[in-house]
Design a protein around this ligand. Sequence first.
Ligand SMILES: [Zn+2]
Ligand SMILES: [Zn+2]
Length: 344
Amino acid sequence: MKVLTYIEHGKFALTEKPKPDILDPRDAVVRVTLGSICTSDLHIKHGSVPRAVPGITVGHEMVGVVESVGSAVTTVRPGDRVTVNVETFCGECFFCQHGYVNNCTDPNGGWALGCRIDGGQAEFVRVPYADQGLNKIPDSVSDEQALFVGDVLATGFWAARISEITEDDTVLIIGAGPTGICTLLCVMLKHPKRIIVCEKDPARIAFVREHYPNVLTCTPEECKAFTIANSDHGGADVVLEVAGAKDTFCLAWDCARPNAIVTVVALYDEAQTLPLPDMYGKNLTFKTGGVDGCDCAEILALIEAGKIDTTPLITHRFKLEDIEEAYRIFENKLDGVIKIVITP
Ligand SMILES: [Zn+2]
Ligand SMILES: [Zn+2]
């Protein structure tokens, strides 16, 4: 089958590999019907994911149809339409039992698909712990509606969940890329008093204004003054940093009011500094990524109920054989791209 392979630092290429088999009774093999490209794929390409293994098939955002299951799989059957979770987790260890599935102690626990084991920019993918990693898509939900459930939308949902948002809050979201917009959609479900989105790209600001007219927007340069002017206590009550740019961690805590919660969703290419003397007395609470992607059933129910819709994020569609061109557009942010659907 055709797959996109991580060859070496800086290089992905379309290659051929055998179709995957069930290796463990808890595995399933899924025929990928739609996949996507995530910024984390670019982080692998750029060498900022040291645990990524050269030679693996990349891709960790996909939906598909169950092709075969191991003897111990109980929740899905061949023929089921499913979302695939970015994270591999056993469901049994201390961390899984507490919902911290990103820290599952299984050797492949956490983000393994498309990083340490073969992923889904392919025609088929083997999913370990299929009872945890797969969720059935309701009949009324399309593949495109469900495509982001297992990764970028799970991330936004988790970020909103851990940020302790109340209806009195002014919430600042830094970054309106795909994860930022998914975070926005999930923050909106908490009905805070105000939401401010900070973004430097005018096209992405225009996207937010067009689709979510009640959300306030600003640029990074005006963010601090804008947030102070549009909040009740001298800064945001909750900040979600989703941009991961050079100065956005600093911007996040700087725009927070004293005793705020700052949730860092971003994955940085470089180390960040925590200048404690500068923030002394602000008494901030920091929460850090990555996603505990264990809410996919709830997210699918919200999509089915019409409360979350990520389909406006889909700006481009490519066939798997043209995925290298899709990467070129995604990596260089060409042509107003937000998310690309890949069809094997
Ligand atoms: Zn991702
Ligand atoms: Zn576990």
